[in-house]
Design a protein around this ligand. Sequence first.
Ligand code: ATP
Length: 284
Amino acid sequence: MVVFEKAPAKINLSLDVLNKRADGYHDVNMVMTTIDLADRVSLYPLHRDDITVVADNQYVPNDERNLAYKAAALFKRTFHITKGIHIELEKHIPVSAGLGGGSSDAAAVLRGLKRLWQLDHVSNATLAEMGAQIGSDVPFCVYGKTALATGRGEHIAHLPAPPSCWVVLARPDIGVSTRTIFPKLTLNDVPSTYTEGVVTALETHDFYAMCDHMGNDLESVTLTLYPEAQRIKEKMQQYDIPGVMMSGSGPTIFGLVEHYSKAKRAYNGLRGFCHDVRLVRVMG
Ligand code: ATP
């Protein structure tokens, strides 16, 4: 049997950084939601006890550094499985873009191996706990949809989906690693409260209130380091888009738009300005 899993990208609707912890991580409050841009993960049983991984993207490692490999190794260890697995990743989510591609691939491997090896008693909560050992965004990706993530991102509380809307994504041609952004952040004396406002807006299903409250503490670092990302943000704001923000540690900038015609106008305008522009939908 071969198992296929979709691994959707996420965007952040908020990202508040609260404090630095003794273990070096930061506590965050953030709202994330999935969009209809996804990698495709295929899992093929192997006759020998081994893990192999191939991705069709030069920036993704084909060895034990791949988060999909790490997920398979952890799954086999946790459930004492001595069967082998070959993982193929068809990458559609840009790499090091703030869209959670690696984390989503890892989560898809956890879900897919549960199906392939028929471990029906294993809950999503268990998969999410395992995911936290691989990366802070993996627990969210196990569930997908829309959620509030706290702690270093691993504690998940489900939220209502955002009102239906379009997402204009524009990515400058640079990769940003989250690990390089956090240390450069100067923490505010009073922590931001973007998340609180976004959660209330989701609960009241208010698109414009959601856009008004969106915010990301990491923008101050990434947009200063990479002025091309700042320019894309400013360009997108010229299209009168209600919610424009950077996702995760960037550099992808996104805008939320209710109506297709307006989204398409922004998409067309940005294409002359930035070579990777996409128009997708919120799935959350
Ligand atoms: P992060 O916040 O971890 O930087 P991101 O969403 O911005 O995440 P990813 O596309 O997940 O970016 O990739 C981050 C790094 O992880 C890259 O250096 C990449 O080489 C490595 N990586 C490992 N496994 C994968 C994978 N399956 N897909 C994409 N990148 C992967």
